[in-house]
Design a protein around this ligand. Structure first.
Ligand code: GRF
Length: 222
């Protein structure tokens, strides 16, 4: 019997990515076939911005200096993402906390990836360093729904990696990122296919047969 090798592949909707850093998660999303139609960044010189330019993906530049405050920047970013008809927003190394208005603009449709097993080492840009300092023997990454507080919100997927005796921040982060690049596209697909159901503060992943695909106003291309 010929089984499809990638049964999870399916429409992902129109995905908007917010990124500030080197952009390896953005690249993984695109290379895994996620329908990334827009990239917004607060750092025009970032690797993520360069990747969007290289691939001809619509790029929105929102450097803080152009706005009176983060509220005004987030309002502009929300309007721009709406103009791009984005269904799902992914924070892929975005280094600013989003305003509550932005978060409620995409209710339960914002995913974040964090380089630790949340709730351990959340709310920090130094999660990998903190894990090493704590002497944990396993670490990993978490994809979660975003609420208005940094690195909280119900967990969609997690993956673990071992912490080795001679690890540095760089070596452990590199091992974690291999897993980020795997579970982030998977989480977007789960969400677009309606297999992620919120029950209070927890998410459950439904069997494909029980899923009701997310309503994708844009038509669900991707
Ligand atoms: C990732 O480790 C992610 O978990 C964190 O920021 C980093 C972004 O990396 N939120 P990249 O820019 O996607 O390479």
């Amino acid at each position: 019997m010929n089984l499809p090798s990638r049964p999870e592949l399916g429409p992902t909707g129109r995905v908007g990515v917010l990124a500030s850093g080197k952009g390896s998660n953005l690249r993984a999303l695109v290379e895994e076939g996620v329908g990334v139609v827009a990239v917004a960044t607060n750092r025009p010189d970032s690797g993520a911005a360069a990747f969007a330019r290289e691939r001809g993906i619509a790029l929105g530049l929102f450097p803080q200096r152009d706005y009176g405050g983060s509220q005004a920047r987030d309002e502009a970013m929300l309007a721009w993402l709406r103009d791009q008809a984005v269904d799902i927003v992914v924070l892929a190394g975005y280094d600013r906390i989003l305003s509550p208005d932005f978060v409620s603009g995409f209710p339960d449709r914002i995913l974040n990836v964090h380089p630790s097993l949340l709730p351990a080492f959340g709310g920090t840009m130094d999660a990998v360093w903190m894990a090493l300092q704590a002497g944990v023997k396993v670490s990993g990454c978490t994809v979660h729904l975003c609420d208005a507080v940094a690195d909280t919100g119900p967990i969609v997927l997690q993956a673990t990696v071992p912490v080795l005796p001679n690890d540095t921040v760089e070596s452990l982060h590199a091992r974690i990122q291999v897993e980020e690049h795997r579970i982030l596209p998977e989480a977007v697909r789960l969400m677009a296919s309606g297999r992620v159901r919120r029950e209070g503060d927890r998410l459950i992943i439904l069997d494909p047969l029980d899923a009701e695909p997310l309503e994708l106003p844009s038509g669900g291309s991707g």
